[in-house]
Ligand binder design. Sequence first.
Ligand SMILES: [Zn+2]
Length: 276
Amino acid sequence: MLTIDYESWYALSRRYDHITSAERHKLDENFARNALDPILEKLGDKKITFYLVGELVEWYPELPQKIFNAGHEVGFHCQVHRPLTTVADIKQDFASSAEWRKKYQVRGYRAPMIKTIEALYPLLEENQFTYSSSLYAPTGTQIKKGNVWEFPVSAYPLWKRPKELQASRHMTPTLLLGGEFPYASSMMSGLFPKTVFRIIEKELKRGLSPILFLHPYEIIKPERWFQRIAGDVLQHPLLYPFTWNKSSFLDELLRSFPTSSVIDFVNEQIHADSKN
Ligand SMILES: [Zn+2]
């Protein structure tokens, strides 16, 4: 499963989290509007999931319809891109996105920075979500939390499988030192593309379905990209691999493997689970 956390170029940086929406709109300079068509074209007839930042839907209302019309899943990333790790913040984010999510019957959620809390799951249920993909965990993990499912972003356990699968499981030294290689992160497809392809192939042969993510700015280069993001990268060098162009990685991925949206896979799994 391929997913795109569809957000503006500056979402990598935490510097713009608290400026006004109008200021962020200006900063975006139509990047999120213009990047969609070339990405959809690249995807051809492959189906994937887009987790949309709701603020972009306010600025460019055509985005979810275009994604939907092309046959992809419209999922939800958050209304305004910033860390969402308290019940109050998550509730408020769900309330402010309720209208457009209802219109597009959004059922899938991806937490910003893939970092969340266990209290998320009952809130997802109240807000008509079917599933979330907001943890890192070994490929093939699926966890029922109340009436909501968690289908984590894939990691590759190097020596043993983790016992604890509670939120948060974001990318931390603890996760890495615990021996989980989060190969499905676009950070890793930037650093180790060949290894990532080998792991995907291996997992598929074992009958497992990896869940990977990319960002639009890794496929379509924003204008003056380097000048605009250099300050953040200098302060946070780990952001650097997220600024690399993964357009050819995406092309090869699409050439080499079948894809699916997450919701199609989730529905199949839930159906199989209810029969057992
Ligand atoms: Zn994000």
